[in-house]
Design a binder for this molecule. Structure first.
Ligand code: NAP
Length: 484
């Protein structure tokens, strides 16, 4: 039960108003574990999206005219309110998304950290004075807010994927129109309520809720007013949205899918590698874009690693994320469950051996036993497709070059990990991996100060860090001529 019932919403949020009574249909948001209805929301579409875009555009001039310091003061209030409602926000997130409460608390803190960070970074969007090639001229560069930002976000991190976009946008002086995933809109609406309480002006944050994501998406991408789209989700949808943004030449940021390798060399600290493997594979029940998809283990420690990982996996506790001691929640949908089953049966048909788990969990629903399989090879779907579930396939390699080649043999390039105690190898392998992010002897790498993002078909742009605000700014070159 929430302490602050005002955080549980039944409307969308446009121009500082809780709206949607006039929308013809409504949709249910359900508890990911019990399937009970938590709230019903207006099923918004193009009309409401257009209204939100106009509201954002109207609110923009006043917001951009404030100093970065003034905007930072409001963003810090928003940060404080999120942290003081951490427990309620975590409960709401666990209810609609399913992740264990401890992870949900962690996500609230992680999500809020972007607001605190970018409140400060907004003050440091420095320009340049460039040495002139002509004595009668001076050359300056300034950075200005890009304009109305659209952000479309997934269900796996219902708060952090929003704040990672909205905090830099707001700090830079831009308004936003947010379209959260239909499975997890309540966390988005709850933080919008806190934004309202923090004094973020009407129209600067708008939340469109609905199940017709392609209609809402088209209203956002077709709009000439929206100048930037920041998307997190699957590569397939990211490509559609990028194409749709071409007609209005919008700037895009794309945080897309991955196929993360986790390499363990013979010389690794095996305790650290198993601990890193557990967190990197099984966080959020395997449903993070940086989750390990493929374990690549050198032949000398292969058998030992397989056994140690299987033993650790057997200790995981699957159930309702609200319950004490549960560290694996349900998968987001039956479709997600089917994908895990499909990847596993395809691997077993081609010769893989199940060493832990291997079937739907006895609790039913969308739960699957945390699973480890050995004897896997590159012919199997798990080698090339993102499983997005609690399935850990362990491949074998013999040489460092073979591990690098296997790791890079994918169209994705988001996160990668490796464990070794050889400093020379650390540099060689870090530089050879074709990924936007590399964890060395570390299984969790995301935080607000570091640039998060992928290369190849994992996306465009970076979020977090001092680089993360640039996506919401335009460069302007000013040439002052005729100087005597
Ligand atoms: P998804 O199907 O691409 O959905 C993501 C968002 O896009 C949701 O809000 C969804 O709305 C919306 N959407 C779907 N089709 C759309 C369309 N045609 N036009 C406009 N919007 C559309 O992805 P998902 O399955 O929810 O999320 C998992 C994927 O996200 C994985 O591939 C994962 O790796 C990736 N991910 C990447 C990062 C990163 O930072 N790189 C972080 C987290 C997740 P509805 O849900 O309402 O349909």
């Amino acid at each position: 039960m929430l302490k602050n019932l005002n955080l549980l919403k039944t409307h969308g949020y446009i121009n500082g108003q809780w709206v949607g009574d006039n929308v013809k249909s409504r949709f249910d948001v359900t508890n990911a574990y019990t399937n009970e209805v938590i709230s019903t929301l207006p099923d918004m579409g193009k009309k409401e999206t257009d209204e939100a875009i106009l509201a954002a555009n109207a609110a923009w001039p006043e917001w951009r005219s404030r100093t970065a310091k003034e905007r930072a003061a409001i963003l810090k209030k928003w940060f404080d309110l999120i942290m003081s409602n951490q427990e309620d926000l975590a409960m709401l997130m666990t209810a609609e998304q399913g992740k264990p409460l401890a992870e949900a608390r962690g996500e609230v803190g992680y999500g809020a950290s972007f607001i605190e960070w970018f409140a400060e970074e907004g003050k440091r969007t420095y320009g340049d004075v460039i040495p002139t090639p002509a004595n009668d001229r001076r050359i300056l560069v300034i950075k200005q807010p890009i304009g109305v930002v659209a952000s479309i976000t997934p269900w796996n991190f219902p708060i952090a994927m929003i704040t990672r976009k909205c905090a830099p946008a707001l700090a830079a002086g831009c308004p936003v129109v947010i379209k959260p995933a239909a499975e997890t809109p309540l966390s988005a609406l709850a933080i919008a309520e806190l934004a309202d309480q923090a004094g973020i002006p009407k129209g600067i944050i708008n939340v469109i809720v609905g199940t017709n994501s392609s209609e809402i998406g088209l209203a956002l991408t077709d709009s000439k007013i929206v100048r930037k789209l920041s998307f997190t989700g699957s590569t397939a949808v990211g490509k559609i949205l990028t194409r749709n943004c071409a007609d209005t030449m919008k700037k895009v940021s794309m945080e897309l899918g991955g196929n993360a390798p986790f390499i363990v060399f013979d010389d690794a600290d095996i305790d650290a590698a198993v601990a890193g493997a557990m967190i990197s594979k099984f966080r959020n029940t395997g449903q993070t874009c940086v989750c390990t998809n493929r374990f690549l283990v050198q032949e000398g420690i292969y058998e030992e690693f397989v056994k140690r990982l299987a033993d650790a996996v057997k200790t995981l506790n699957v159930g309702n994320g609200m319950d004490e001691g549960v560290n694996q929640g349900p998968l987001i949908s039956l479709k997600a469950l089917d994908k895990v089953k499909d990847h596993l049966s395809d691997a077993v048909d081609r010769g893989a051996v199940i060493v832990a788990g291997g079937k739907p969990h006895q609790n039913g629903g969308t739960m699957f036993e945390p699973t480890v399989v050995s004897n896997v090879d590159s012919s199997m779907k798990i080698a090339s497709e993102e499983t997005f579930g609690p399935l850990a396939p362990i491949f074998k390699f013999s040489t460092e070059q073979e591990a690098i080649d296997m790791a890079n043999d994918t169209e994705f390039g988001l996160a990668s990990y490796f464990f070794t105690n050889d400093i020379n190898r650390i540099w060689r392998v870090s530089e050879a991996l074709e990924y936007g992010m590399v964890g060395v002897n570390e299984g969790v790498i995301s935080n607000e100060v570091a640039p998060f993002g992928g290369i190849k078909e994992s996306g465009l742009g970076r979020e977090g860090s001092h680089y993360g605000i640039d996506d919401f700014l335009e460069l302007k070159y000013i040439c002052m001529g005729g100087l005597k």
